[in-house]
Design a protein around this ligand. Structure first.
Ligand SMILES: NC(=O)c1ccc[n+]([C@@H]2O[C@H](COP(=O)([O-])OP(=O)(O)OC[C@H]3O[C@@H](n4cnc5c(N)ncnc54)[C@H](OP(=O)(O)O)[C@@H]3O)[C@@H](O)[C@H]2O)c1
Length: 322
């Protein structure tokens, strides 16, 4: 297969263009494979340029090693050719921890700046631990003002080209927009044919916030996912009739919604398969069938909900947008 060039979209005016298909680095359990660097290097070799990491995933260090080797091997000419995202974990979502947390991530990544730094969840836990599930007794109210001011500082210091959030509802974005000097460039959220997020996508389009879709295949085999998407009969029928795989149908569908998409595979054949979505399209009839699929969020975030915590129900966590 010839190396595929992934289309891009411009983020905020000072930000870099983001490749519309990115490589997810969240394997579960986090840090459980010993060949992550090789997988990431392979991904670069195949044409992936956008890598989604997080302090939580333990993938920053293997990503540093893969980037260094890719440069050495001439797979990329410079760091500028890569788009690197990482995320602030909930235990660092305290105003006075944010800049230091990004500096630690940058050290792990061996970079001077990331292309995108995201608040991983609108959730704060006691400082110290990097774990999912979080300890419910550690849950604290999320302080929008101090956390976002520190995120803005990260961009002003040049440590992040763009800043954004993840797992934010429309209501939470409204609140953030009302206090921000630099608006979030991105909201990274779950999007797949079984959780299409029409309302959030429209809201973000209107506000100029780019959506990045995670778990486009439903994240089977992880704490936050299931095989519901990969077992969908409707998607399977469409895939068979089209001579594509179900995964490709999901990824193409997300792509056609005008958002960027992250997919994780540490398997070379599936990495290739997932890249091969740019020279064909879904028909109006296929899109119509997908639009009628029953909707259910795969990752409601029960881990962050607790009767004595700041979010007492998933309704509160997602502001009823679930
Ligand atoms: N911001 C957040 O809160 C958040 C939450 C979840 C995910 N994310 C990001 O989004 C990325 C992608 O989402 P995800 O990892 O949750 O789920 P996903 O990409 O929907 O699914 C990954 C699973 O699908 C398998 N897979 C990949 N390609 C396949 C194919 N072509 N055919 C069959 N199976 C395939 C993978 O196994 P193999 O590796 O064996 O191929 C893995 O088990 C993450 O890695 C992470 O970077 C962010």
């Amino acid at each position: 297969m010839a190396k595929i060039t992934v289309p891009e979209a411009q983020l905020n005016k000072n930000g870099k263009a983001v490749p519309l298909l990115g490589f997810g680095t969240a394997e579960y359990p986090f840090g459980s494979s010993d060949n992550v660097k090789e997988c990431l290097l392979n991904a670069i070799r195949l044409g992936y340029r956008h890598f989604d990491s997080a302090a939580l995933y333990l993938s920053e260090q293997p990503l540093r090693e893969a980037m260094a080797e890719a440069l050495e091997l001439g797979l990329v000419n410079s760091r500028e050719e890569l788009f690197i995202t990482t995320k602030l974990w909930c235990s660092d979502a305290h105003g006075d921890c944010v800049v230091a947390a990004l500096q630690t991530s940058l050290k792990n990544l061996g970079l001077e700046y990331v292309d995108l730094y995201l608040v991983h969840w609108p959730v704060c836990v006691k400082a110290g631990e990097y774990e999912l599930p979080v300890k419910k007794e550690d849950l604290l109210p999320f302080d929008y003002g101090s956390v976002w001011k520190a995120m803005e500082e990260c961009q002003k210091l040049g440590l992040a080209k763009s800043i954004g959030v993840s797992n934010f509802s429309c209501k939470k974005l409204e609140k953030l927009l009302s206090i921000s000097e630099i608006p979030p460039a991105v909201n990274q959220v779950e999007v797949n044919p079984l959780w299409q997020q029409q309302k959030l996508r429209e809201f973000c389009k209107e506000k100029g916030i780019h959506i990045t879709a995670y778990s486009p295949l439903g994240a089977k085999g992880t704490l936050w996912g299931s095989d519901r998407v990969m077992k969908s009969e409707v998607l399977q029928e469409i895939a068979e009739a089209k001579g594509k795989t179900l995964a490709q149908v999901c990824l193409r569908w997300v792509h056609e919604q005008g958002v960027s998409v992250l997919v994780k595979s540490f398997n070379t054949e599936r990495m290739k398969e997932n890249l091969d979505i740019f020279d064909w399209s879904l028909s109006p009839d296929e899109l119509n069938k997908i639009s009628q699929l029953p909707q259910k969020k795969g990752f409601p975030g029960l881990e962050f909900v607790c009767p004595y915590g700041p979010y007492k129900s998933t309704e509160e966590l997602w502001d009823g947008e679930i």
